[in-house]
Design a binder for this molecule. Structure first.
Ligand SMILES: [Zn+2]
Length: 212
């Protein structure tokens, strides 16, 4: 079971998550933002906390751009979907794509490349990884029995855009079909905006008409 704390940071109002395995108090971060805000938030914690893992949903600058800042304050093992390698390695140029060269970022260190079906242990919580490409080549989601962290795959009332470099709408539809084969009761924690559930989105999300 997880405690979940959402910290929204940066110019893109990205949701980063500090998650805690309730049984063992082991901590992981999901996504980083592109600013030093999350690193500062963690450093300011009293008593101090230790991060066990950093899990990245995808390689966009607002999700992975601050990895270097976090790796200055933690030696946590860092996980990224394997198919995100090309996008991640473009972090030093991604700001330019948005006409914002001040948002170009260094690449941090990846310790574990994640593939569909992989299992990640956080204390007594088992997180599974499902690959949901479309928004990006390797975007994926981490989930347990109750919660799913979807990055920019799905939002409350919307879905991730596929018009950015390396996006693919056909793949996105296939991924959403796969995502909605998971239990409907899962609470969805998105990369932007409010939390929701798979059930709520299946019923009301106007971008999911093709699923109905
Ligand atoms: Zn994104």
């Amino acid at each position: 079971m997880l405690n979940i704390n959402c910290i929204t940071v940066g110019a893109f109002h990205v949701n980063t998550y500090l998650i805690e395995d309730v049984a063992t108090h082991k901590l992981a971060i999901i996504d980083t933002g592109e600013t030093a805000e999350l690193a500062q938030y963690i450093q300011n914690k009293v008593p101090s906390i230790e991060i066990d893992k950093i899990l990245l949903t995808h390689g966009h600058l607002d999700h992975a751009g601050s990895l270097c800042n976090l790796q200055k304050i933690t030696s946590a093992s860092t996980y990224l979907p394997r198919l995100e390698k090309p996008l991640f390695e473009a972090l030093p140029q991604q700001g330019d794509w948005f006409g914002a060269s001040h948002m170009n970022r260094e690449c941090g260190r990846i310790d574990q490349w994640v593939d569909n079906g992989d299992v990640i242990e956080l204390g007594e919580t088992t997180l599974k990884f499902i690959s949901t490409p479309g928004h990006t080549p390797g975007q994926g989601c981490y989930y347990d029995e109750e919660n799913i962290f979807v990055g920019d795959t799905l939002f409350a009332g919307s879905i991730g855009r596929t018009d950015l470099p390396m996006g693919n709408h056909q793949l996105m539809e296939e991924s959403l079909i796969k995502l909605f084969e998971l239990p409907e009761s899962l609470t969805v924690y998105s990369g932007h905006g409010n939390k929701t559930t798979l059930k709520q989105e299946r019923l009301t999300n106007p971008f999911l008409n093709f699923l109905r």
